[in-house]
Design a protein around this ligand. Structure first.
Ligand SMILES: Cc1cc2nc3c(=O)[nH]c(=O)nc-3n(C[C@H](O)[C@H](O)[C@H](O)COP(=O)(O)O)c2cc1C
Length: 532
């Protein structure tokens, strides 16, 4: 019998892509079986949220000092805006007869395994209970009401994953992508809340089983058997001067006994031809138990100021993944590169204010085209523990030259890595045609050995950094793309790593995009106003 940690190491190993053997996935894609990216519960009340599209009253640059943004009142208008900026639609794309929605939060393959719930205990807003956010129609679906009411001023947002959405296309590696997406979604929520002067507090003590009970995810009869939803995380939304301690303890015993549940999850896909039981096993091996509360105090960072005056909502809504980059465009200004990297260092701003854990993810960068910076391989640790441990683990001939950017950025080797980056990223040109791309190197074996559920948190931290890169790229008038498809051990080989002590869990690329002129862009919520 494997321990949980052994099972996680084994899964991680078998879900690696190798140049001659990709992780196990479907032999062919049955497009008729593509899961519906929008979960809807049938048989429950739907509460429309105020018309989407409102602008928050702050610039993206203001989010560097979130404490200066005036807290908006808690009402359905402001809650709706937060949900929209975090998980709502940002546009539709059309190519010939095909039309698909994009959202403010990105997702591997645009499959969107992440579901969002609002737990509202404030009877002045809504009958206290649990509400599912149905982003397609920008409304709340009433899943549960508590009787007698559990009264508090507070609201909470919880996230869950429907792994099937992702495994339909990506097979066994999908469990990783669902975790990346959760990290992106948590960061998206943190930015969205900050636009309203609010703050997200991740309740990292809560056990998964308890969260499943609170979200009704353990109510098997409400879900199609092969389309379960797995709890990920829950956050308290701190509005202005709310008490600093969360008012609700999310354990099973505290769930109101007289909760009344409504609705059944609609079927997502008809056939389920392929099965990926290893993912169900990973849900069990990485299930989080109740732990002690940890809350970090973050230092106020001194980020290089952003000159871009764009409204925060406009920037969040314009975020897209670049599908191609212009390798012939001018190099990225050094000031922009410095700002983007600075934003990845923990400081008292979103999304770090929603992240209670020490930095365990560090960056190996391929600099391709950045003004006044030699192309080559660079490394940036994201904690203050120094670089000796990396020097001892990495290739012995790396230079470890300090750069003078005011960042812990070290120059390791000179040379063009454009081709290497493409090859490492499953031969995707986006990794080499950009200004720079990077691998997120995680403190892997020790973290998983200490608590196997932290496997998921490592990916969340990567997703969090990915969301920063997406938004900072937009602010620098370029664009980013997350890269989940890469050859894990080739990347480790570039750094001279041979064991599981350090593992690269996510890649990312940033640069000037090329637009696909064949695609038509349509407004996000036109379909709501077109309704009779
Ligand atoms: C975890 C993750 C992994 C991704 N991996 C890739 C990738 O390997 N290659 C790629 O071209 N795009 C990748 N993407 C980008 C998605 O395809 C993109 O987010 C999705 O199509 C939605 O489009 P949008 O980001 O413009 O909203 C990834 C995105 C995420 C969040």
């Amino acid at each position: 019998m494997k321990t949980d940690a052994q099972a996680v190491f084994a899964y991680h190993q078998r879900s690696k892509h190798l140049p001659n053997a990709y992780a196990k996935g479907p032999a062919s894609l049955d497009w008729d079986d593509q899961p519906n990216p929008f979960r809807r519960f049938q048989g429950c009340a739907e509460i429309p949220l105020p018309t989407p599209g409102a602008e928050p009253h702050c610039r993206f640059a203001d989010l560097d000092q979130p404490q200066n943004i005036a807290a908006q009142d808690l009402n359905l208008h402001s809650i709706g805006l937060m949900l929209e900026l975090a998980f709502g639609l940002s546009a539709w794309k059309q190519f010939g007869p095909d039309r698909w929605a994009l959202r403010c939060n990105p997702s591997s393959g645009n499959l969107h395994p992440t579901e969002a719930y609002l737990l509202c205990l404030n009877a002045e807003l809504l009958p206290p209970g649990l509400y599912h956010y149905y982003s397609l129609n920008h409304c709340l679906q009433q899943r549960c009401v508590y009787q007698p009411a559990v009264v508090s001023d507070e609201i909470y947002i919880a996230l869950s994953s429907v792994h099937w959405r992702e495994s339909w296309k990506y097979g066994e590696r999908a469990f990783r992508y669902c975790q990346h997406d959760s990290g992106h979604a948590l960061a998206a929520l943190s930015y969205a809340a900050a636009c309203l002067g609010w703050r997200v507090e991740l309740l990292d003590e809560v056990a998964d089983q308890d969260l499943a009970r609170w979200l009704g995810l353990d109510r098997e009869a409400d879900f199609i058997a092969r389309e379960p939803e797995t709890p990920e995380l829950i956050c308290r939304i701190q509005v202005g001067a709310l008490p600093s301690e969360s008012g609700v303890v999310f354990n099973r015993a505290e769930l109101p006994t007289q909760a009344q549940w409504f609705g059944q999850a609609q079927i997502l896909s008809p056939f389920h031809i392929y099965r990926w039981p290893i993912i169900d096993e990973m849900v069990l091996h990485t299930a989080k138990a109740l732990t002690h509360k940890t809350r970090q105090t973050l230092a106020v960072g001194a980020l290089p100021p952003l000159a871009n005056p764009i409204n925060a909502g406009a920037l969040i809504r314009q975020r897209r993944s670049a599908q191609q980059f212009d390798a012939h465009a001018p190099a990225l200004p050094l000031s922009h590169f410095r700002r983007i990297l600075s934003a990845l260092q923990p400081s008292a701003k979103p999304p770090f204010t929603a992240w209670n854990r020490p930095a365990r993810v560090h960056l190996a960068l391929f600099v391709h085209r950045v003004q006044d910076l030699k192309p080559g391989l660079y490394f940036m640790p994201r904690d203050s523990a120094g670089v000796e441990r990396f020097k001892n683990a990495f290739c012995a001939d790396f230079l470890w030259q300090e750069t003078d950017l005011g960042l812990p950025l070290y120059y390791l080797l000179e040379g063009s890595y454009t081709q290497a980056a493409k090859n490492l990223s499953c031969h995707q040109n986006i990794a080499g045609d950009s200004s720079f791309s990077l691998g997120m190197l995680c403190e892997f074996a020790d973290t998983v050995n200490a608590a196997p559920w932290q496997y998921r948190h490592l990916f969340w931290e990567c997703g969090l950094l990915g969301q920063i890169l997406y938004l900072e790229a937009e602010a620098a008038a370029v664009r980013g793309t997350g890269i989940g498809c890469f050859f894990d051990d080739l990347m480790h080989g570039v750094l001279g790593l041979h064991d599981q002590h350090w593992q690269s869990l996510y890649h990312f690329t940033v640069g000037p995009p090329l637009q696909d002129q064949r695609l038509q862009t349509l407004p996000a919520y036109q379909h709501l106003s077109d309704k009779p």
